[in-house]
Design a binder for this molecule. Structure first.
Ligand code: EPZ
Length: 419
């Protein structure tokens, strides 16, 4: 087993490069299935476990894959099976994107039900509602979900809840449908726009991504293209919070500052200085953090995926902070670990109340999910003494080279192997 060991209390300074967005990449890679001609060359793909998992799944279906650092070339012309059932499918949430892309291209697909972070009930009823509205028969049996259609017919779909996954999945399933599909009450996250741009680069006709309504005119076929994944909003936000926690001045490079506005606004409210550039943000902290209230919301609201790292800052902010987690009902498991480090926090359902303490102290802690892992790392950087973090299989799903990036900023962090 591996652990991360952090000697806390060191200031971090300098520059850090943000990688491509995980949640865009894990949708764009399966979307490459839609190219019946030519190869997709996808650049700026982060080197993380979820990407590796998705590539294994695509290979198991018959896609040919070449990889050169952050560039991945996918040839999906010779897909040989419509059944995605290898172990990797059950390990990651994003395997549900195979349903939309395979259904679109082959009108048929079967995928074992997806896994992912344990952060609450994760229904896929809105995905199914969209597929059915387009004329698909959906069947769940023996742990897999099967979709089959004679033809896909464009239609109007109003989602009951705003869902990132359902928006992307149904958008993918409609690009080759006959006629026009209008999706309403859709998610507006940056990765929705990124996937739509990728599909358009393949020849799709999608308008409105990034707004509440997406209009898709079905086209006959899609082809390969070259495309670069957007920077990761959540990795960038995580580094902004690390910088606010224990940095003097940190420049976070290769970001789209617009995507970070809700995070910047909250940090400014806490007393942190944020300077925006074209493609970077500078975070200057004076270690005098004020308590704030946070409510997680779909984009452009405060991202749920940043709630766990942000809560670490709140443990030491002066006064009482309240967090309302409105997206996932079980995204507070990291708080038990922060209590071991001296945090004062009370949880009642989806609400967590923090009373700021002077400092955290290093402890033996566990990452219960991906963003909890990032939270533990930030807590370790801030804390007095040594913090040892286990559960790295979660962290590695979404943060490329996290120890390397933080070490370059001056943090004392290393990964060790323990028997
Ligand atoms: C995506 O999950 C992300 N995962 C999550 O990131 C992120 O937390 C989430 O969006 C919200 O931003 C990927 O992109 C792979 P949703 P997703 O469908 O698509 C309810 C991370 O840390 N809902 O937007 O699965 C659901 O219960 C991960 O990187 C339904 O009711 O999330 C939730 O309350 C964790 N029915 C809300 O909608 C559905 O059919 C939002 O879920 C679908 C969702």
């Amino acid at each position: 087993m591996n652990k991360i060991v952090i000697q806390g209390g060191k200031r971090i300074n300098g520059e850090v490069d943000i990688s491509g967005a995980k949640n865009a990449a894990v949708a764009i890679l399966p979307a490459a299935i839609l190219a019946s001609e030519g190869k997709c060359c996808i650049e700026n793909v982060p080197n993380i476990k979820d990407v590796n998992c998705m590539l294994k799944i695509l290979e198991s279906l018959g896609c040919e894959i070449e990889r050169n650092e952050s560039t991945i070339i996918i040839d999906s012309t010779n897909i040989k099976t419509f059944y995605a059932n290898i172990e990797e499918v059950r390990k990651m949430r994003a395997s549900y994107y195979l349903l939309g892309s395979m259904l679109s291209r082959f009108k048929e697909c079967s995928v074992d039900l997806p896994g992912g972070c344990a952060i609450g009930v994760r229904p896929i009823d809105q995905h199914i509602k969209g597929f059915e509205a387009l004329g698909t028969e959906v069947e769940i049996s023996h742990g897999s979900l099967k979709v089959k259609a004679d033809k896909l017919q464009g239609t109007n779909i109003f989602f009951d809840v705003i869902s990132v996954g359902a928006t992307i999945n149904v958008m993918m399933s409609a690009v080759l449908a006959e006629g026009t599909t209008i999706l309403e009450n859709v998610a507006k996250e940056p990765h929705i726009v990124d996937v739509a741009n990728f599909l358009n680069a393949m020849g799709a006709d999608i308008k409105g991504a990034g707004t509440d309504v997406i209009r898709i005119k079905g086209v006959e076929k899609l082809h390969g293209c070259t495309y670069s994944v957007i920077p990761d909003q959540i990795e960038a936000g995580t580094f902004m919070i690390a910088a606010a926690a224990c940095g003097d001045e940190v420049r976070i490079k290769n970001v789209i500052p617009k995507h970070l506005e809700s995070i910047s606004a909250k940090l400014i409210e806490m007393g942190v200085e944020i300077i925006e550039d074209d493609d970077s943000v500078i975070v200057k902290s004076n270690n005098n953090l004020k308590a704030v209230n946070v409510k997680t919301l779909p984009y452009p609201g405060f991202p749920t995926d940043i709630q766990q790292p942000m809560s670490v800052l709140l443990t030491v902010a002066e006064g009482r902070s309240i967090v309302n987690e409105s997206i996932w009902e079980s995204r507070f498991r990291h708080l038990d670990e922060l209590e071991k480090m001296g945090a004062k926090v009370k949880v009642e359902g989806r609400i967590a109340v923090f009373d700021g303490v002077n400092k955290l102290t290093g402890a033996e802690v566990e990452a219960s999910d991906l963003r909890a892992g990032a939270a533990m790392v930030i807590a370790g950087l801030m804390a007095e003494g040594t913090t040892r973090i286990s559960g790295l299989e979660h962290l590695d799903r979404g943060y490329p080279d996290i120890e390397k990036k933080l070490s370059a900023l001056g943090a004392q962090i290393k990964r060790i192997n323990v028997e």
